[in-house]
Design a protein around this ligand. Sequence first.
Ligand code: 5GP
Ligand code: MN
Length: 323
Amino acid sequence: MLTADLRAAADLLRTATDVTLLGHVHPDADALGSALALGLALRRRGADVRVSFGPPAGVPESLRGLDPAGLVVPAAEVPAAPELLVALDTASAARLGWLEDRIATSGHVLVVDHHASNTRFGTHHVVDDTAEATVVLVLALIDELDIPLDADIARCLYAGLVTDTSSFRRATAATHRTAARLVEAGAEPTVLARELMDAHPFAWLPMLARVLGRAVLEPEAAGGHGLVHTAVTLADMTGVRPEEVESVVGLLQATGEAEVALVIKEMAPGEWSGSLRAKSAVDVRATAAGLGGGGHRLAAGFTTTGTAADVVARVREMLQSVR
Ligand code: 5GP
Ligand code: MN
């Protein structure tokens, strides 16, 4: 991230009196934690703030604890022409979904993101693909604005940091120093880990038994690096939340024989959302991009249509060509 970009963004935020903060559709802890942390910080400076994201999904149950102040508003309540729009953890305008039209109607658009594929769709940008999470860039902005951390801000930042680094599996010394600051400011790692990751209903276990029981290992795929994959069908999803469905890829990616893990999730009959994970050697962002999606080198996603077998075949083929 360029210091000049950070300064320009801080100048914009310093004088703002009304700020609309948006995360990507189906927000995760990094998107929502980033928006809420910056929203809380700007509200402390006296600005009117609101946080939102495109429908259909609401705030995932596991993330509701990040917003005790109630900053999140339904997308329909986002002003038609926001004075200042901040898009967080959002690589392209399309990832704002139904709220994409606000890009054109806002006075200024600040983009804060850590995706290498970011299309720089704003008027101001704090974009750094070396940041392990968007919350790290939000913390840099809060520091640049000289706003002190409080426990509510620290919890939101910690939530994005712990989830986007896969519980500090992908962490540097700087990541741990950032985490230490957030814990000192009041983020509680034990409470947050339980809320965010370890509070599945019992129905999670039979769902996993079915879905993991159908997992397939293809050692020759991905140029011999190995692929493990499974599908979560609409029938598998009965009685569980999106949180349970999203947990599957994390389990699959711990398979030692496979560099790449793929979980395809049936969003509607014949419509699939795919999650790809790699350990180090394969660039799954390129694979996802080949299917119209995006993400990071080691964690990416896409949506597509067809039978489960079709979708897996397309990913298998793409893995051979882009690897
Ligand atoms: P996940 O598998 O956890 O849903 O997503 C992993 C990464 O891929 C995240 O950085 C997410 O933003 C990105 N991603 C997931 N789905 C899509 C998609 O449909 N399009 C794009 N451009 N990126 C996606
Ligand atoms: Mn992120």
